[in-house]
Write a protein that binds this ligand. Structure first.
Ligand SMILES: [Zn+2]
Length: 124
């Protein structure tokens, strides 16, 4: 499960960011995960629960923002948002396309020592 090593890296980033922000407890970790990043949100959340223990992010909630796949066709110049990972331009049928977004795997921002936004909870 590569989500575990990804989460280790993310938590290292979060730890550094938390230090830079005064080393307070992290309240929220907001991730941006591309649809094409090939990671499972469930696995990521599980890895977070396990790995965040003992780090600045121990008590943080985890927000996962899904970034849709967007491709740009170099054949006709059109941008599209394919629903499946089919790399054919829906406009002209060209396979000469570039992925513009959807492979992200990053910490977008964190909130440190901030009690605002307490009601954010995705529920179970
Ligand atoms: Zn095209």
């Amino acid at each position: 499960m590569h989500e575990t090593s990804l989460m280790k890296n993310l938590l290292a980033i979060v730890d550094r960011a938390a230090l830079a922000e005064g080393n307070g407890p992290v309240r929220l970790v907001h991730l941006r995960i591309g649809e094409m990043a090939g990671v499972s949100e469930d696995a990521l959340r599980f890895a977070f629960d396990v790995l965040a223990k003992g780090t600045a992010a121990e008590a943080a909630s985890l927000d996962v923002e899904k970034v849709p796949l967007r491709v740009h066709c170099t054949g006709c110049g059109g941008d599209s948002n394919p629903s499946d990972f089919v790399f054919i331009c829906p406009v002209c049928g060209s396979t000469e396309i570039e992925i513009r977004s959807g492979r992200e795997m990053e910490v977008d921002y964190i909130l440190v020592g901030d009690r605002a936004g307490e009601s954010e909870d995705s529920g179970a």
